[in-house]
Structure formats: C-alpha cells, structure tokens
Design a protein around this ligand. Structure first.
Ligand SMILES: [Zn+2]
Length: 335
C-alpha cells in the first residue's frame, strides 16, 4: 500500500462495514475463470418495468420511490449469470438529493441504500444452493458516477467540467465515504470522461486506504476518452494505484471496443474491463436514446473483446439480462 505518514487520512467508520465482504473479488473470480461477467444496464431494465426515469436523478429516483424494483433487477442479472451487481448510485449524490429537499443525512441514507439493495439481492441469490453450480459468489460494486452525471446534462460524454482537481475531489469525497461505509465489495468508478477526474478518484482511493475500485472511462473513438486525452495515457495514470483492481471502458460504442482494449493494454498489466452500451446514442435534450443497436447479438459479439484481451465483460446502457446471459454462457468456458 502507498502510505504517506504526513497525509491526513479520511476517517471511515469501519464498524458499519460488514466483515464478510470479499477483499479481492476480481482476483478471486479470475483465478477460477478466464473471464468475469459484469451486469448490464440498470436504468433500461427499470424503464422496461414501467419506471419513469425522465428526471435529473435518473435511476437514483427509483431509490426513493420503488427500491424493490432495483433489487429485483439485480436479482435478474445474477440469475442471468452476472458475477457482480453495479449499484444504483451512479447518479445518486448528496447535492442531487439536496435539490429535492432531502437533508444530508437522508441523502447519505439513500446512497447507502443502493448498496444494501444489491447486497440483499446477492445474499438471497447465493443462499439458494441451486444457484451456485459452476460459478463464483457474485460481488457488489458500488457505482461512483462522474461529476457529469450529477449535472445530468450529458457532461459525462464530453468532460470539460471547468473544475479543478481539488474541486472534483471535494465533490466525490462525501459520496465515496458513504458508499464505502455501506460495505460494498468494491467501488465501480465508471463513465469517467477525462484524465483529471481519474486523477481525483485515485487520490481519494489513496486517502481512504480501505477499498478497491475499478476505473472505467467513456470514450469517443478508437483511442480517446470523451474529453480528448488518449485512453492509453489515462490508463497509465491509474496503473500505479494499488487500489485499482481493473481498468477499462464503459458506456462507449461497441464499434470502438476492440481497439480501445489494445490501447489500454499498452499501459497496464491490470485486468482490462469493458462494458459498452448498445451503440445507440443518448439525446440529452429529449432524455431519449436514438439509433439502433450495433449488433444483433451483443452477447455473442462480446466474445471478440475477450479474444482482444479483456477479462471483465458486460454491458452498459440499453443492454439487458438476455445479453448478459449470452455472455455468461461462453465466459466461464470460452473457446
Ligand atoms: Zn451507460
């Protein structure tokens, strides 16, 4: 661990953290299987079940209103074969909930509820012996969405926030602390559009000294993250962190993924993860997805990413439990 005696560490209330959590969930699974299956879209599934997400809080709104449906979606992804659940905290922030009239304590409770729902879904799933055959116990990755997701204006697909690194650290610190205290197995820092935000997250992980994370970037073409830096440079930056267990790309067109895996592998020995979207594009003004999925079978095409060197594979926006089921069918025994 990279400890610095002169640094003031953020105090974490460890008494709330369940002791049964897996310290190295990714390594544990990749020791047994060639690939690890990430889950698919949460918001898409919530909408398919009748939830109205046309709201700045997006799936976090359902944390407030219909938490049982979130748990059900996690459960369906485990049944489909996912090795992990990414929590509904992507767009859940203290500032965002404050705008809705919640006080800080209530906001923190809701953020932590996202972790509890996924842990409950996982524990109930795993309690049934018949669910355990031929797979590892799934883990819970608490979603840390980018600053742009809080803005709810599509900034995570552009970057260029106009903030300093310290401002980004200050934005991320309270939610990251709340999530860690809720006891997930790890953090999923995802859809990060720029180098500076990755740097901010790495510094926070170093402050907390208590949890592993994956760092996943959103990219605009075969070689660049959305703000314009080279993915290779972003990956090299996080490579040095002992708290980063995997690095890669999510919420990006599947068309770019094979190339982006090559770029990432130039700069890291950590496992590379990919969970692209379906290839449709998001129209922020209309809160609507346009276009068509790139592939007829997302899950079958995903095999190409395994052959290109990715070890953790799943789906982001507009992917479904059916897609994840197809991935799980080949991922534990790829040919
Ligand atoms: Zn997405």
């Amino acid at each position: 661990m990279a400890t610095d005696k002169n640094k003031t560490l953020v105090s974490i209330n460890m008494s709330h953290i369940p002791t049964h959590r897996t310290m190295y969930p990714i390594a544990t699974i990749l020791d047994r299987y060639p690939a690890l299956v990430i889950d698919g879209a949460l918001a898409t599934e919530l909408e398919r079940r009748g939830c109205d997400l046309k709201d700045d809080l997006w799936s976090a709104k359902i944390l407030l209103e219909q938490p049982e449906i979130i748990k059900q979606v996690h459960c369906d992804y485990f049944k489909a074969g996912a090795d992990c659940a990414i929590t509904a905290s992507y767009q859940a922030t203290i500032e965002g909930f404050s705008k809705r009239g919640l006080n800080e304590q209530q906001a923190i409770a809701l953020i932590q509820k996202s972790v509890r729902l996924a842990v409950e879904a996982r524990d109930e799933f795993w309690a049934d012996e018949s669910n355990r055959a031929g797979r590892s116990k799934p883990f819970v990755a608490a979603s840390v969405g980018p600053y742009g997701a809080f803005l709810a204006d599509g900034s995570e697909y552009r970057g260029n926030y106009g903030l300093t690194e310290n401002q980004l650290i200050d934005f991320h610190r309270p939610r990251m602390k709340a999530l860690i205290e809720a006891g997930p197995d790890m953090l999923a820092c995802e859809t990060i559009p720029c180098l500076m935000e990755a740097q901010a997250l790495i510094k926070l992980l170093d402050e907390f000294q208590s949890t592993q994370a994956w760092i996943s970037f959103s990219c605009r073409d075969e070689t660049h993250v959305n703000e314009g830096q080279k993915l290779e440079d972003c990956v090299r930056l996080v490579e040095a962190s002992p708290f980063v267990a995997a690095v890669g790309v999510n919420c990006t067109s599947p068309n770019y993924i094979a190339s982006l895996i090559q770029e990432a592998k130039k700069a890291t020995n950590k496992p590379v993860l990919v969970y692209p979207n379906s290839g449709e594009t998001y129209d922020v003004a209309r809160n609507h997805w346009d276009g068509h999925p790139v592939y007829e079978s997302f899950g079958e095409e995903a095999k190409e990413w395994f052959h290109a060197g990715a070890r953790l594979i799943g789906g982001c926006c507009r992917t479904t439990p059916e897609d994840i089921k197809v991935i799980a069918n080949w991922a534990r025994n790829p040919t």
